[in-house]
Every structure is written in structure tokens, then in C-alpha cells.
Design a protein around this ligand. Structure first.
Ligand code: PGA
Length: 249
């Protein structure tokens, strides 16, 4: 399975900074990487980044979307609007959406279905908090988010689905899950994906996210069922992002 290295810029970068990033990353990717590379900039930079990367294989995506097709939802964007801007993918249910914006499993489920129906590849995020891990509830939490997010999903529709396991305690903290910790949860997620989706569950990539850096990416992605990574802070700088991309060889 080809690795996927995805960069989630969150609420960072102006258009000038993004253009400079694109210029540097394109330069760095002259020997073509073997991994897929996706970048998730803020909404208003999507079109410019699609243009900047048009001659490369880099795909651009949104960091969130609303599940309705259109209407009175101030501040939201739809799957069709993301596609119209040139996006090919969308992050759904990131822990910051769940925690800061109170996004529920039910909303995540609606969004995943709407993204798949529209033709956008959803990257659905799951992950436990520190308190949940310390009380031994990691697998309960992760698997219940997975089941709820994929509730009543059509097995035939999931070819473009990606899952990201992101332990909340590792996001932006510099505290990465060890490769063994990541591999343990990824194996559980793989087993559950097979249960929920049958054979289709075997081909879905499971990304690890949480303080991925050039110096730990290679080890993480060499583990079974760690099929790539979702990178926050280290995706903002072209040099460090390239270091992670080429660590996935
Ligand atoms: P981080 O963020 O790499 O800065 O920890 C990862 C994420 O939130 O996707």
C-alpha cells in the first residue's frame, strides 16, 4: 500500500507564506517521492495551492466541511464548494473540531457520507485523550468513534476513505506515540475496519498523527498498518515536511 503523507496547516499561513512554501516544496520534490502527498490549507488558500501544485501530484484538501449541500449555514462550506475550488479531499472530525467546536460522532458520520457522495476523499480522524488513555479506555474510545463515524456507510462507497489515528495527547505537544503504541492501535483499527466494511476495510489507509517530525516519521511509517501520517506543525515548513515525505520511502 502506498503511504500517504498529509499536511494539516490548521489556521496558519498567509497567501504569501503559502506561495513560498509551495515554491520550496516543489523544488524539494524534484526526485519524485514514492508517497502520496496531500496538503490541507485554510479554505481561502485552496485555489491558490491547487494552482501552485498543478504540475505536481500533490493534492489539496479542506480541513472541514458542512454535510448539507447548500443553504443558510454562515461560516460553513459544502463538499461541492470544496470540489469547485479544486479540492480532492477533506479532513473530517479532527480532534480540534470535536473538542473546541463540539463536533459530535453523528455530525462526523453525516460529513463522511456527504463527502463520499460528492466525490471528496474523507480523512476521518479518531483518537483518545490523555485521561482516556490513562484510564485504559483507548481502544473503547477509538473503536466507538470509528463505528459511529462509519455508521450505515455503504461498503461500496469507501474506496477513497482514509482514517487518521491521532491520540489527542500527542497533537501539538511534542509527545509522539511510540511506534509500538501507534502500531497497537492501528492494528485494532484495521481489525475493526474489516469487521465494519469487510474486504474493503483491508485497503483503507490508516494514518498516524500527533507530533510527527522528520526524525520520527520513518520509524512510525515502517510499522504494519501505519500507512502514512497526518502532520500538523511540521507541515508548515517545506524542509521539515519534505523530510517526512522522504521518510515514507
Ligand atoms: P501536530 O498536529 O503534528 O502539530 O501534532 C497533528 C494534527 O493535528 O493533525
Amino acid at each position: 500500500m502506498k503511504h500517504l503523507v498529509a499536511g494539516n496547516w490548521k489556521m496558519n499561513h498567509t497567501s504569501r507564506e503559502a506561495a513560498e512554501f509551495a515554491r520550496r516544496l516543489i523544488e524539494k520534490m524534484k526526485p519524485r517521492p514514492s508517497a502520496d502527498v496531500w496538503i490541507f490549507p485554510p479554505f481561502m488558500l485552496i485555489q491558490a495551492m491547487v494552482k501552485a501544485f498543478e504540475k505536481s501530484d500533490v493534492r489539496i484538501g479542506g480541513q472541514n466541511m458542512h454535510h448539507e449541500k447548500k443553504g443558510a449555514f454562515t461560516g460553513e462550506v459544502s463538499a461541492d464548494q470544496l470540489l469547485d475550488a479544486g479540492a480532492k479531499a477533506v479532513i473530517i472530525g479532527h480532534s480540534e473540531r470535536r473538542q473546541i467546536f463540539q463536533e459530535t460522532d453523528a455530525q462526523v458520520n453525516l460529513k463522511v457520507k456527504a463527502a463520499l457522495a460528492a466525490g471528496l476523499a474523507p480523512v476521518m480522524c479518531v483518537g483518545e485523550t490523555l485521561a482516556e488513555r490513562e484510564s485504559g479506555r483507548t481502544s473503547d474510545v477509538v473503536l466507538s468513534q470509528l463505528r459511529a463515524g462509519l455508521k450505515s456507510i455503504d461498503r461500496k462507497s469507501v474506496a477513497t476513505l482514509e482514517i487518521a489515528y491521532e491520540p489527542v495527547w500527542a497533537i501539538g505537544t511534542g509527545r509522539t506515540a511510540t511506534p509500538a503504541q501507534a502500531a497497537e492501535v492501528h492494528a485494532l483499527v484495521r481489525k475493526e475496519l474489516r469487521e465494519i466494511l469487510g474486504d474493503a476495510g483491508a485497503g483503507i489507509r490508516i494514518l498516524y498523527g500527533g507530533s510527527v517530525k522528520p526524525d520520527n516519521a520513518k520509524d512510525l511509517m515502517s510499522r504494519p498498518d501505519v500507512n502514512g501520517c497526518l502532520v500538523g506543525g511540521a507541515s508548515l515548513d517545506a524542509d521539515s515536511f519534505a523530510g517526512i515525505i522522504f521518510g515514507a520511502q
